[in-house]
Ligand binder design. Structure first.
Ligand SMILES: CC(C)(COP(=O)(O)OP(=O)(O)OC[C@H]1O[C@@H](n2cnc3c(N)ncnc32)[C@H](O)[C@@H]1OP(=O)(O)O)[C@@H](O)C(=O)NCCC(=O)NCCS
Length: 198
């Protein structure tokens, strides 16, 4: 069955985290580029390594450009924003992109939550919304590559019912995968400790 690719905008939602702070979860916009760079620069080198699986001193222009211009119906990026003195800070981001150009059934995710915002259910809130959107976009499975040492991401993937398998050619990497047609996906609220306000 061919995938029905959605092009509708995502309605922004305010979400209260476990510690009482609130964020707005919304689709990324082209105008977020400078805040994405600022969020990257606030990350520790350890977090950058966990996210990109390589040491990065700065965000490549190509990654930034693709990140703020997702291809409608194929890629999707959610950001979590919090008020800041100069407007907003981006305190979390989750995305999927089509995994391979010739396969419209599988997408690949990545996620980052800012230090200082972790352990409050924000990644869970972002991922559960991302999974729903990926399914709506016609994907049948979502995958990701996680460092075997990344305990928090592996625990999050386990909590969201991803399967996990060591990469055959790279023992320090775990491939996680989630089918998008399961019962849990039908009831994503069960997976999401953060409450949606609007
Ligand atoms: C992985 C990451 C996104 C988790 O973000 P988070 O907002 O802290 O995650 P949540 O609060 O939603 O936690 C979800 C679950 O993950 C697990 N978890 C989170 N942090 C954990 C930790 N430090 N140790 C063990 N388990 C942890 C728990 O099972 C938790 O569920 P619970 O809150 O019900 O106990 C965050 O640590 C991060 O941005 N890391 C750097 C970037 C990265 O590694 N990205 C993944 C590669 S794509």
């Amino acid at each position: 069955m061919s995938a029905a690719r959605s092009r509708s905008r995502y309605r922004p939602r305010r979400v209260r985290l476990r510690d009482g702070r609130e964020v707005t979860i919304r689709e990324i916009e082209a105008g977020d580029a400078s805040e994405i760079v600022a969020a990257f620069e606030r990350l520790s080198s350890e977090s950058r390594y966990s996210r990109f699986m390589q040491h990065k001193k700065q965000l490549d222009a190509g990654i930034l450009e693709r990140g703020v211009h997702p291809r409608p119906g194929l890629d999707f990026v959610l950001v979590a924003t919090a008020p800041a003195s100069d407007g907003i800070d981006i305190v979390g981001a989750a995305q999927y992109v089509r995994a391979q150009a010739d396969d419209d059934k599988v997408c690949e995710f990545a996620i980052t939550v800012a230090e200082g915002w972790r352990g409050n259910g924000l990644a869970t809130a972002l991922m559960s919304r991302l999974l729903r959107r990926a399914r709506r976009d016609g994907y049948e499975a979502i995958e990701g590559q996680v460092l075997a040492s990344n305990a928090s991401m592996l625990a999050l993937a386990h909590a969201l019912r991803f399967s996990a398998e060591r990469a055959a050619d790279e023992p320090s990497v775990v491939c996680v995968r989630r089918e998008l047609q399961t019962d849990a996906q039908e009831h994503p609220a069960r997976q999401d400790p953060a409450s949606t306000k609007k």
